[in-house]
Design a protein around this ligand. Sequence first.
Ligand code: ADP
Length: 175
Amino acid sequence: MRPSIIIKTGDITKEKACAIVNAANSSLMGGGGVDGAIHRAGGSQILEACRIIRKEQYPDGLPTGEAVATTAGKMPAEYVIHTVGPIYHQCDGKCAALLASCYTHSLKKAAQLGCREIAFPAISTGIYGYPKEEAAKIAYEAVKCFLDDGHTMEVRFVFHNSDDKEIFEKALQHS
Ligand code: ADP
């Protein structure tokens, strides 16, 4: 495994990284799961920044697979990169490409911001129902591709519990 990829358990809101990624919904107005946790931990500055992005850039909502950055408010990170994962039962043959795009666009955004560390939650594998093993392979491949392109970044996969971390690690062994 590459040293610049770290797989760990924890609460992503507590990560000391330049950027943490939010598995947002297209409204960018907050929601359940990791999205709710990030907005609660970061405070109202994040929602205010999201409102401006909606008004100025995405009046119809952030499309699936895209990524935008805001402040991280009161959290230790500098930025939150909000990306919208695919809803597994609504993405037909495009699920894998859309999920990969979440990772790639988030990584590119972090690079544009000058970040050297980024922490990801398991995008789409909660409320959005993406099978965890499949999602693991897609996430890892997208990150590996980005790093193989010559980008220097520490990429952390942060799982909320050890079961999810194990599923991720096992999926990589079998890929
Ligand atoms: P989605 O709607 O994209 O499926 P969810 O927030 O429902 O997003 O879940 C995505 C993943 O984030 C799940 O694996 C969930 O266990 C995890 N998660 C929830 N809260 C946190 C947190 N505070 N830190 C890290 N991961 C979290």
